[in-house]
Design a protein around this ligand. Structure first.
Ligand code: UDP
Length: 316
């Protein structure tokens, strides 16, 4: 028999892919989501499996009958426009939600995985970012609500490990893309693909020389499942070290979609990190993990998804 695993935020982009992978390997999944940024369509195809959905905001006490082997805490707004629109729920789910999810893990003596983020490094002064770097975060800037919530969540998770002996894991997720990202979630990859497919201008914020490193969703999920099985309680970066400029990814998307779209520049958001690249030495060493999906392959699949989603919208 497989494990029984709780995923908070299971109707989101990454949460739904995690749920699918766990069901695939024979686990039972309890999905909890308040659907503030998640979408029931992401999990509709899982309904006939060993899958239960509970609509609940995990910033409030989580009550669940029966044994639980692991709690994966994924609930949180995660794209810059989402957390700018929902600053207080973002702080609450990172703080109160993490406390409640850890409380559930403690009550059930379950393993716990926190979805943390490269945002804990802020606008980094160390490049690439290793897990030992403490970061450069503006606590009162617009992104602070997300960054500080996740930093607090890491502190809370570590305290539950040290003081309650819970087997906790922390994954620091770098920019990830793939099918089921919301087209309107404002992030670079879905924005650029949707703009290219509609023949609109691609909106580059700032001069486009800022860098990111984009990881395809199946590589991320593979890393998280390896982390869940591992013995480590230290944070682990999971991301693709293939760093490129934002202008570079925009141009790649124009080429792959065969679009005639042009590039326009818009103001750079406040505190937008100038560089970001994971050092994945620890993941390689401890998890024997590294990304396998090339940017061209990942983008081709994501473009097909966005094309379908746009066609659906037109048909409705
Ligand atoms: N970006 C952009 N145009 C867009 C959306 C994003 O130039 O339409 C830039 C954004 O300013 C940032 C990078 O692309 O420098 C990645 O942004 P995203 O929102 O995907 O995630 P972040 O890495 O900032 O959390």
């Amino acid at each position: 028999m497989g494990d029984r695993i709780v995923i908070t935020g299971a109707a989101g982009f990454i949460g739904s892919h995690l749920a699918e992978a766990l069901l695939e390997r024979g686990d039972a999944v309890v999905a909890i989501d308040n659907l503030s940024t998640g979408d029931p369509a992401n999990i509709a195809h899982l309904a006939d499996r060993d899958f239960r959905f509970i609509r609940h905001d995990v910033s409030n006490y989580i009550s669940l009958e029966g044994p639980v082997d692991a709690v994966l805490h994924w609930a949180s707004p995660a794209s810059p426009i989402d957390y700018l629109e929902r600053p207080i729920p973002t702080l609450k789910v990172g703080a109160l939600g993490t406390h409640n999810a850890l409380g559930l893990a403690k009550a059930k003596q379950a393993r716990f995985v926190l979805a943390s983020t490269s945002e804990v490094y802020g606008d980094p002064l160390e490049h690439p970012q290793t897990e030992s770097y403490w970061g450069n975060v503006n606590p009162i800037g617009p992104r602070g609500v997300y960054d500080e919530a996740k930093r607090f969540a890491e502190a809370m998770t570590t305290a539950y490990h040290r003081y309650h002996g819970i087997d906790t894991k922390i994954v620091r997720i770098f920019n990830t893309y793939g099918p089921r990202m919301r087209i309107r979630d404002g992030r670079a990859v879905p924005n650029f693909i949707a703009q290219a497919l509609r023949g609109e201008d691609l909106t580059i914020y700032g001069d486009g020389t800022q860098t990111r490193s984009f990881c395809y969703i199946s590589d991320l999920v593979d890393g998280i499942l390896r982390l869940l099985r591992s013995d480590t309680n230290d944070p682990v970066n999971i991301g693709n070290p293939n760093e490129m400029t934002v202008a570079g990814i925009a141009e790649r998307i124009i080429r792959l979609t065969g679009s005639a779209s042009r590039i326009v520049h818009q103001p750079l958001p406040v505190d937008d990190p100038k560089v970001r690249q994971p050092d994945i030495g620890r993941a390689r060493r401890i998890l024997d993990w590294e990304p396998r999906v090339s940017l061209t392959e990942g983008l081709t699949k994501t473009i097909a998804f966005v094309r379908n989603a746009l066609a659906d919208v037109r048909q409705r």
